[in-house]
Design a binder for this molecule. Sequence first.
Ligand SMILES: NC(=O)C1=CN([C@@H]2O[C@H](COP(=O)(O)OP(=O)(O)OC[C@H]3O[C@@H](n4cnc5c(N)ncnc54)[C@H](OP(=O)(O)O)[C@@H]3O)[C@@H](O)[C@H]2O)C=CC1
Ligand SMILES: CCCCCC(=O)O
Length: 458
Amino acid sequence: MKATTEDIIIKNIANHRAFFSTQKTKEISFRIAQLQKLKKAILEYQEKIENALWIDLHKSPEEAYLTEISIVLGEIDNHLKHLKKWASPKKVATPIHLLPSASKVVYEPLGVALIVAPWNYPFQLLINSLVGSISSGCCCVLKPSPDTPNVAKVMETMILENFDSDYISVVQGGRETNTTLFAQRFDIIFFTGSSKVGKVVMRAAAENLTPVVLELGGKSPCIVAADANIDVAAKRIAWGKLINAGQTCIAPDYLFAHQSIKDELLNKIAGNIKSMYGDDIKQSRFYPRIVNEKATERLSTLLKEGKIHTGGDVDVKEKFIAPTIIDEVTPDFLIMQEEIFGPILPVMTFNHIDEPINYINKNEKPLAFYYFGKNKNAKEVLLKTTSGGACINDTLMHITNDNLPFGGVGNSGMGSYHGHESFLAFSHKRAVVTTPTWIDLPLKYAPFKYFKWMKKII
Ligand SMILES: NC(=O)C1=CN([C@@H]2O[C@H](COP(=O)(O)OP(=O)(O)OC[C@H]3O[C@@H](n4cnc5c(N)ncnc54)[C@H](OP(=O)(O)O)[C@@H]3O)[C@@H](O)[C@H]2O)C=CC1
Ligand SMILES: CCCCCC(=O)O
């Protein structure tokens, strides 16, 4: 009888547990060798990955390298450079009542990890977290998104060809497969996707008290103040909004523009769209497509309210939505209710900075936060708000610094990764105290003869 998906998954996990119990993944030399193997595999598969990203998302090789492949290669290099230091036990101070004991933190792999990735950066968001799993010494089940099937297939082939399937395995499938995976006992679940499914993951993980890292989404605001450099703001907002046709979890979701500069800003954003993609954007090989017709139709419903300043063209069959700026938006509009995740930029205006601050603070905590204006005011605004990450006078770029933690807060996620944070995300920090036997201070033992001295030192 043909094995069911559940049988395959359960067997996969059992094999990973058996592999993990050999203790092989705890050897730093093993982990370094696997990271080097992953880097080599990515370079060998680069063209196939780029071709698959073109087929699935019309993502140009240039954008694929910039926003997917180079980010993972940089992450691997960072881990190769620092892993020995990150993985070495850390001596910590020992309080007087514990002397002459010695204290340290030992970093241990959590065990068998599950990594579930979305379709918008299907290579980067699956393999970048895998780097953390490898460098911490975990075994891993990878679950690519079914919505970018060509990329999912290429990644499966690349992993199968280069790694022991008892160490790293790939499971393909949709919602049902996810449900089966979420119900299994993992030692960590690393999920990237919507907040809605993030809650499903967390509920399932609770059954086994499995720690989760949830890289979720949300509506990331972008404020442009009256004293902003409008040319720079217009260029960087157009870029940040239209990379991957807006299907980016940290894209500036909506604009709050000061009344006095709004018209100039919108006209300059429109000008930058032309500069990047030409007059007939549909012909540009640099402009990606929406992931599928269903998502294209969802986005087209958001165009019904407000005043279209730029764009508005939709071709569902082509999965094409033109970069669109919608002016005169109010908070009750449909477009302001959920994450857009597409190339549509709704614009609201303000006169006093408290207006956007109050609006943002009344809504869910965003994954990213962008502010264009003088730094002294930016500090003030950042102090009064919160978000997963933020840029002042830029967009998206905080994700490219792997010395910074990348993650959400509240509804936009929990936990973080990239660089050292990825190593820590998949590690357990074990406290170890070593006590000599040549001396045994009587303070802690009943009948507490020296209690009054003990109280003085603890
Ligand atoms: N923080 C980050 O780094 C990133 C966050 N994201 C976020 O991911 C979202 C877009 O990605 P997307 O993949 O569409 O995210 P979703 O979370 O909507 O879907 C993820 C997968 O889960 C499946 N699914 C849906 N409901 C359930 C359920 N009840 N049980 C099990 N599986 C389920 C979906 O299948 P089906 O297709 O059938 O719904 C899909 O395959 C956006 O919200 C975006 O902000 C994206 C990239 C990066
Ligand atoms: C530019 C790369 C961004 C990747 C993660 C995201 O925001 O969807």
